[in-house]
Design a binder for this molecule. Structure first.
Ligand code: PGA
Length: 261
């Protein structure tokens, strides 16, 4: 299966910087045409600038958040309808940096429903903090984050794809990624939790699981090969187009290697 590699640019690049990085990335991806689904999530204001340049589908456009209502008096929020107009097809939901600012499991569930209702592919982030892991609560934390969403979300319909990104909070932006065995056991936990909530066949066909947290060109093979994740959610290492292209290529090579075995 083609791996999916998602760039989460967070609030790291200004508008001109985003356009420059996106244009260069598109040039490199067009030249190398990797066997991967490449998704770029710039800030909201940069999204319209990529509508045309990414229209050839070599790079998919994603947002970093959305609101659950279509329209109304919601100062500062962005409607899924507006995201559709920008050409975005993916949306990150429940990133730990947003949860840290107060986003709740209920918000994440409502946003997931809104994304699916508007044919935006949700990339739902789950993961425990360092303290939760120390206290041995990492499994229940991730399970309850998943349950909060999928108890109230109807099972995906044909053709709908839902991404779950396992992002241990302690690994994000720290340069200390989860070791591949830890990541693999959490991937298995996520899969099992989904199977408890949704028919197994649907989990296999409609869900993809990504790893995120200090992913770089060197360590990405560990997750997609040994850990058998379907791809990666990448922050810091996605900002430089050269580095990110190399990371995508490393991911594709590792996935192809895994299939040969
Ligand atoms: P990082 O961020 O790759 O810089 O650790 C990942 C993320 O927060 O999505």
């Amino acid at each position: 299966m083609r791996p999916t590699v998602v760039a989460n640019w967070k609030m790291q690049l200004g508008l001109a910087e985003s356009v420059k990085a996106g244009t260069e990335l598109h040039r490199q991806i067009s030249a190398t045409q990797p066997e991967a689904t490449v998704v770029v999530c710039p800030s909201f204001v940069a999204l319209p600038y990529f509508h045309e340049p990414f229209a050839d589908g070599r790079i998919q456009l994603g947002a970093q958040d959305l609101f659950w209502s279509d329209k109304g008096a919601f100062t500062g929020e962005v409607s899924p309808l507006t995201l559709q107009e920008t050409g975005a097809r993916y949306v990150i939901i429940g990133h730990s940096e947003r949860r840290h600012l107060g986003e709740t499991d209920t918000d994440v569930a409502r946003k997931t429903l809104a994304a699916l209702a508007h044919s935006l592919m949700p990339i739902i982030c789950v993961g425990e903090t360092g303290q939760q892991r120390t206290e041995n609560r990492h499994e229940v934390t991730v399970q309850s984050q998943l349950k909060a969403v999928f108890r109230s979300t109807p099972p995906p319909t044909r053709g709908q794809v839902i991404y779950i990104a396992y992002e241990p909070v302690w690994a994000i932006g720290t340069g200390e990624p989860a070791d591949p065995d830890t990541a693999e056991s959490m991937r298995e936990l996520i899969r099992q939790t989904l199977i408890d909530l949704i028919p197994a066949a649907l989990v296999e066909s409609s869900f993809r699981i990504l790893y995120g947290g200090s992913v770089n060109v060197k360590n990405v093979p560990n997750y997609v090969r040994t850990g058998r994740y379907d791809g990666a959610l990448v922050g810091g290492a996605s900002l430089d187009p050269n580095e990110f292209t190399q990371l995508i290529n490393a991911c594709v090579a590792a996935t192809a290697g895994a299939e040969e075995k």
